[in-house]
Structures are given as structure tokens and as C-alpha cells.
Design a binder for this molecule. Structure first.
Ligand code: BGC
Length: 760
């Protein structure tokens, strides 16, 4: 807290301090004119500004001032490029500053635990590293403009179903390694001005009133310096929330909760210093907002639209591009006549429903962009109507018209996807299928013209039962307001696709990690899959998937040379690999580095992403790519000592083009963190053997025993190793007096005392 803030706090009454810690209305904080504290505005987020000038709501129902709708996180995350995210952040900051918005409510980096989560389009990845790195890029960019960000939704908010009550019941390892890790990275790397706590409970405790989450972990362990704001309506018990570390309740109450806070302070139920701290953080936030350099409007709509188009182009993932008649179907041949099919090409779905809903400055459609580029080589048929109430005869007519068109053209490009009512904030999907009439249409089109490209518009993965039957598939997600032109850029080859899947596309919902435990029941959802989320799950079970995490094709090809890996002075692992663009086009490759220890004391995924880089490589060029694995990212959460621990030993480093396309593997030796646990009679023989002091003594004793037992231990039949393995879990205390062991209680006690004695 600054000196100035402390002074101003001294001038405020308890009631005034309490009033500072909740909103004035939906989007503004309360001023205290008496001492010159103005009201500041906070507004959604995350992929564009939703500043409401008139009727306010937090569900995206009423209009907001026009703003650039950048690709939602599902798109941006697929770029695997934090620099691109930072540029988007800068643009969001500029738009916020022009509109005098102090804090933009984003990014959202919750883990995509299940493809069913209705809000996955607003989240980055199933992997915490991708979520954290992209999130940090956005925050850095936004805040470089003197505008605050709000990292949300903290934490373990991975579904919409019952989101305001449900308890996410998560064990410590997955909580730390999967669900909190991205937040930890953003907080440590980018210091967001605010963190937004989520609606849900975590292991029974509301996030809004969890002192462990909001204070111990966020501030104590991670060093968060900003303020914690509630999600809109997330406060259950305001006084408990304040005590837990929630500084600002949003949106507003009728004054009741402010009075509760003031009364609790007066009655001594809560320390006055706690309210001072929260009110001080609000004053600090206001100061930061006031320090923002003035930004002259108006918004350069064209420049931001161009950026939105560039980013959308970088977000598209080319899933499949088989050769037909000797050449890949994409990019579309320059002279090809095109049957453009699917309502999404004319009426794009470019964002999701709910609080992130932007009023865009303009909207590009693929139909317009392709027509502009290819003229009358393009003919369009909607193929289906979005409205599920459309009668069957009309859907049939639309299908027949499209099929006839497909048969008369060189190539068919079919836009399929999810409609607004199928996917939104506020509710989850119940399946991952495209509408039957869309799938029927595709089958009929492919029968009429096998040269068919599918373009998908969806905020989260859908099943692709047709994947083997169509030669080319473009995953075009929800791409923001310039998605239509960006999709045309990729189809025509003006942009070489470089997006990669930040979430696995499974064959079936039944294959997904949370199947059977999503969305839970009776107010609880048990995260039974533990750390095995996303590709960690499919890899551990060696399951076939439709398209793996990290996958994405290009119009060129890349080859990888031999990777090297070394541990540098800081303990990080530096990986280098030469990457050559072996094709005829310039392109970008997303180089991915996965790691896993060769053996571990805990369950581990077969590989985990530890570093990645999106690099531009010109045709024919070779680039030496250097990637850094942070030492702390190798750690697992050790429940015995309640901290992250790096295990010592050999780690396998896979340098890869996707989680299932490993191009070079190297090994690296890592020095482990020391974990000193007191030895007790319950310590297993394995634990005792691992002890630096008593381990060698016991080892010697065992060798002597083996020697003296000779044939009696039947080492020839079982092998020394087998016997040791059998003994590994034997508690040392129970060895005392055990027949044939030759150790008594006194000796065991001495051993334990030696092990527990302070070491020099
Ligand atoms: C959402 C937040 C959003 C807030 C304000 C809530 O319903 O969960 O993400 O920032 O509303 O609109």
C-alpha cells in the first residue's frame, strides 16, 4: 500500500471504506468525492471490449459500444504464440483506454476439462502451460497500455452447469499441477492488476471466501500484488469473503453487504486492518487507472480489424489435407470453380454467447471474401437452415440445391458448425455432435463431389465421424469479426496455416477424461481423472484420437534435425533443434517440447508439454530453434511436503510437431530437489534406502544378509532384484525382530535416530 493510500485511508470512515469495496452499479466502482476519489469502470472482456452505454447486464443481452471482436481464446490459443497474444492485448488495452475503461475483464484461462463445457470457446487449452503462456501474453499487452486485466475465473471453474454452487472436488496434485498452474504462471510473469474469483466451490469452499486460495496461495505463495474481484454475483457471505482476501464485490448490492462489513468491523468480528487492506487496494487500483497516459481516439477501426484478421488466420488449424488426383486439395487451385456450401459461410458464427459477447465494428463473411477474390468461380448454397424449427421439407430442399451445386463444380467447400443455442456461457453441451441435418448434407455432398473441403465453426471440439471420408478439414473455431476473410485467406493460400490444436479432438465423448464425472451431481463434481486431463489421458491409456493435441498441418513441410538438451546455470533445460522448411512456401512451425522423467515416485503422464515456440521459417531455410524448459515446470506437487518437487534423474525430452508426432528425443540429467521426511517405523524399506545417510548402511546390511543366507534366499531362482522388490514396501519398524532379519528394535531405533539427526 502506498504512503498516499495510507494517508487517504486515514481520512475515511469505516462506512466509506466498506463502500469502496463493492460496485456502484454493474460496471463502475463507487467514488468518494469528498477526498477526490473518482469512480472507475471495469468491463468485459476477454476478446474485445463490451462497454455498455445504456442498459447493463452481465450476460451479454444488451448492446455495447462497437469494438473489435478479436478471435476468442479458442482461436488465439491455437496460435501457440505469446507474442501474438501480446499484440492482441495491446489492442484491447488501446480500445479500453479510448473508452476510459480502467480494467478489462479477461483473460479467462480455465482448463478445458471436458469438451462439453459451454464456455470452452473463452478458454485457451486443455494444457496449463499453453493457458498460462498465452494468458501472460495477453495480460502483458493489455497492461502495457496502462489498463488493468482481470485474470479469471480463479479457480477450478471448468463447467457452466450449476456453476454458482457446484463444488469442484479436486485432489491436491491435479489442483496444483493442472488447474492452478496456468494462473500461477500468469501471476508470476505478468502481475495482472486484478484476479477474478470464480463462482464455484473448491473442495466444498466457495472460491469467493476461501482464504487458502485467495490469500495463502495467490498472495503468499505466488506474490500477487493486485486486488481480487468477485465474479458477478459470486459473493455468498461478504464478511467471510473479505476476511478470506476478496477485496471487491461486484456488481453491487443495495448497500446491505457494505453495512454488514461496517458492522462486522465495529463489532470486532473482523479486524479493521482487513478492511483497510481491501479498501487500500481499491485506492491503489484507482491510482493506477488515473496514471494511464491519455489515448486519443477515435479507434483506428481498420487497423484493429486488420489485426483481427491476421490473428484469425494464425488461429486456424488445418487438420487434414490429403492429395486428390495427385495434389492436396488445399489451397484451392487458382482456376477451380467452387461450390461454397453452408449457412456459416454467409452468416458466420464468430463469437460465443454470454458476457463476452461483443458488438463488432464490422463482420467479414467467407462468402464475401471468396467472392471478392474468386468472382464468379464461387457459387453459394446455404445447404441448411440454422433454425431447428425449420421443417424437414425446407431442409431437404436446401440440401438438394447444395448437392446439385456441389456436383457441378470442381470443388465443394462445406461450412459446418455449432449454432449459438448449442454452445454458450451459462450452460454446457450434452454431446459433441454436429446437428444431424449438417452431417446428412455433408454425406450427400461428398457423394456428389469427393473433392470436398470441410470448414468447421465451433467454440469447442466436435466429433468428426466423416474424418476418413473427406480429404480436407479446416478447424476454423470461432474466429472473431474477421474470421470470414481469414478463412478465405487460408483456403486460397494467401495465408499458410500454422495453428495447432490446443485441445485434443477425440473420436467419441465416451473417450474423454471426464466422461462419467461431468458435470457431477447434487452440487459436487469429482475430478476423478486426476492429473490425466486432455492428451495426458489419451496418451496414458494409449487411446486413438481423431486429431491429437498439438496437431496442425501447413502448406509446406518441416523436418527436424537432432535436438540437444543441457541444463544451464539457472537449472533450466535449454533445448535446441534445427528446423528446416523443406517445402516451397514460407510457413510457421510450432515446435513443441515434451518431457517426462524415466521413473517417478508418483504417477506421471507419458509426456507433458514443457515449452513451445511458433517460428517463421522461409522456404528452404533452416532455423536453429532454442526453447527453454523452466526447472519448476518439471516439478510434481508432492502431497507429503505440500510443495512442488523436481525429481532427480534422467528425463526424456521429446521435440515434436504434435503430442503424437515426436521428431527427436534426447535425455537430460536433472538434479533433484531434496525432500527430507522424518524417518519413522512406518517408513518403508524403499524410503529408508533412499535416505542419504542411513540408506547406504541398510544397503550394506542387506548385502551381508544375502551373503549369509546364501542358497536359503534362493537368489538364483528369484534374483536379487526380485527379493529387494518384494521387500520395498516393508515398514522398517516391522523388520525388528522379524525372523531371519537379524535386527532388533534397538537397532532400528538407532537407525531412525541417525536418519533424523540434523545433517551438517
Ligand atoms: C462472467 C464473467 C464476466 C462477468 C461480468 C460473469 O457472469 O462469468 O466472466 O466477466 O459476468 O460480465
Amino acid at each position: 500500500m502506498s504512503e498516499a493510500t495510507r494517508d487517504r485511508l486515514g481520512e475515511l470512515t469505516t462506512e466509506e471504506k466498506a463502500s469502496l469495496t463493492s460496485g456502484a452499479d454493474f460496471w463502475t466502482l463507487k467514488p468518494i468525492e469528498r477526498i477526490g476519489v473518482p469512480s472507475i469502470m471495469v468491463t468485459d472482456g476477454p476478446h474485445g471490449l463490451r462497454k455498455q452505454a445504456a442498459d447493463n447486464d452481465h450476460l451479454g443481452l444488451n448492446d455495447s459500444v462497437p469494438a473489435t471482436c478479436f478471435p476468442p481464446a479458442v482461436g488465439l490459443g491455437s496460435s501457440f504464440d505469446p507474442e501474438l497474444a501480446e499484440r492482441v492485448g495491446v489492442a484491447l488495452g488501446v480500445e479500453s483506454a479510448i473508452e476510459d475503461v480502467a480494467v478489462i475483464l479477461g483473460p479467462g484461462i480455465n482448463i478445458k476439462r471436458s469438451p462439453l463445457c459451454g464456455r470452452n470457446f473463452e478458454y485457451v487449452s486443455e494444457d496449463p502451460l499453453v493457458a498460462g503462456v498465452i494468458g501472460a501474453g495477453l495480460v502483458t499487452g493489455i497492461q502495457s497500455q496502462g489498463v488493468g486485466s482481470s485474470l479469471k475465473h480463479f479457480a477450478a471453474n471448468n463447467q457452466e452447469n450449476d456453476r454458482m454452487r457446484s463444488s469442484s472436488d479436486v485432489d491436491p496434485r491435479p489442483l496444483r499441477e493442472i488447474y492452478l498452474r496456468g494462473f500461477e504462471r500468469v501471476v508470476k510473469d505478468a502481475q495482472p492488476w486484478t484476479v477474478m474469483c470464480s463462482y464455484n466451490r473448491i473442495n466444498g469452499v466457495y472460491a469467493s471466501e476461501d482464504p487458502w486460495l485467495l490469500t495463502e496461495v495467490l498472495r503468499g505463495e505466488w506474490g500477487f500484488e493486485g486486488l481480487v474481484v468477485s465474479d458477478w454475483g459470486a459473493v455468498n457471505d461478504r464478511v467471510a469473503a473479505l476476511a478470506a482476501g476478496l477485496d471487491l464485490e461486484m456488481p453491487f448490492s443495495d448497500g446491505t453487504t457494505d453495512r454488514q462489513v461496517a458492522a462486522a468491523v465495529e463489532a470486532g468480528d473482523i479486524d479493521a486492518a482487513v478492511l483497510d487492506t481491501a479498501a487500500g487496494r481499491i485506492l491503489d487500483l484507482v491510482d493506477k487507472a488515473l496514471a494511464r497516459p491519455a489515448v486519443a481516439g477515435p479507434l483506428d477501426v481498420d487497423a484493429h480489424h486488420a489485426l483481427a484478421r491476421e490473428v484469425a488466420g494464425r488461429s486456424i488449424v488445418l487438420l487434414k489435407n490429403d492429395a486428390v488426383d495427385g495434389a492436396p486439395l488445399l489451397p484451392l487451385a487458382p482456376e477451380a470453380s467452387i461450390a461454397l456450401i453452408g449457412e456459416f459461410a454467409r452468416t458466420p458464427r464468430y463469437q460465443g454467447g454470454g458476457s463476452s459477447h461483443i458488438n463488432p465494428t464490422r463482420i467479414d463473411t467467407a462468402l464475401d471474401a471468396l467472392t471478392e477474390a474468386a468472382g464468379d468461380r464461387v457459387a453459394f448454397a446455404p445447404g441448411f437452415a440454422f433454425d431447428p424449427r425449420t421443417d424437414a421439407a425446407e431442409q431437404n430442399r436446401l440440401r438438394e440445391e447444395a448437392v446439385a451445386l456441389a456436383g457441378s463444380r470442381d470443388v465443394a467447400v462445406v461450412f459446418l458448425g455449432l449454432t449459438d443455442p448449442e454452445e454458450s456461457e451459462g450452460f454446457d453441451r450434452e454431446h459433441i455432435d454436429l446437428a444431424p441435418h449438417q452431417l446428412d448434407l455433408l454425406d450427400a455432398v461428398v457423394a456428389a463431389n469427393p473433392r470436398t473441403v470441410v470448414v468447421l465453426s465451433n467454440g469447442s471440439v466436435v466429433a468428426l465421424p466423416f474424418a476418413d471420408r473427406v480429404p480436407a478439414i479446416v478447424e476454423a473455431w470461432l474466429l472473431g469479426q474477421a474470421g470470414g476473410s481469414a478463412t478465405a485467406d487460408v483456403l486460397l493460400g494467401d495465408v499458410n496455416p500454422s495453428g495447432r490444436l490446443a485441445e485434443t479432438i477425440p473420436h467419441r465423448l465416451e473417450d474423454t477424461p471426464a466422461f462419467g464425472s461431468f458435470p457431477g451431481s447434487f452440487g459436487h463434481v469429482r475430478y476423478g481423472e486426476g492429473i490425466f486431463v486432455g492428451y495426458r489421458w489419451y496418451d496414458a491409456r494409449r487411446m486413438d484420437v481423431a486429431f491429437p493435441f498439438g496437431h496442425g498441418l501447413s502448406y509446406t513441410t518441416f523436418s527436424y534435425g537432432d535436438a540437444t538438451a543441457r541444463v544451464d546455470a539457472s537449472g533450466d533445460v535449454v533445448v535446441t533443434v534445427p528446423v528446416t522448411n523443406t517445402g516451397a512456401r514460407d510457413g510457421r512451425e510450432v515446435v513443441q517440447v515434451y518431457a517426462a522423467p524415466e521413473s517417478s515416485v508418483v504417477e506421471r503422464a507419458p509426456r507433458e508439454l514443457k515449452a513451445f515456440a511458433s517460428v517463421a521459417v522461409a522456404a528452404g531455410e533452416t532455423r536453429e530453434v532454442e526453447l527453454r524448459i523452466r526447472r519448476e515446470d518439471l516439478a510434481y506437487w508432492d502431497v507429503r511436503v505440500d510443495r512442488f518437487v523436481v525429481e532427480g534423474g534422467t528425463y526424456r525430452i521429446d521435440v515434436a510437431a504434435s503430442s503424437r508426432d515426436i521428431r527427436s528425443t534426447v535425455a537430460v540429467e536433472i538434479d533433484g530437489d531434496e525432500v527430507r521426511l522424518p524417518l519413522t517405523g512406518e517408513s518403508s524399506l524403499a524410503e529408508v534406502l533412499a535416505h542419504p545417510v542411513v540408506g547406504p548402511i541398510v544397503q550394506e546390511r542387506l548385502a551381508a544378509l544375502r551373503e549369509s543366507a546364501g542358497g536359503a534366499m534362493d537368489a538364483d531362482v528369484m534374483g536379487d532384484d526380485t527379493i529387494e522388490k518384494m521387500m520395498q514396501s516393508f515398514p522398517i519398524g516391522r523388520l525388528a525382530g522379524f525372523p531371519g532379519m537379524g535386527v532388533d528394535r534397538e537397532q532400528v531405533a538407532q537407525l531412525l535416530a541417525l536418519g533424523n539427526a540434523p545433517q551438517q
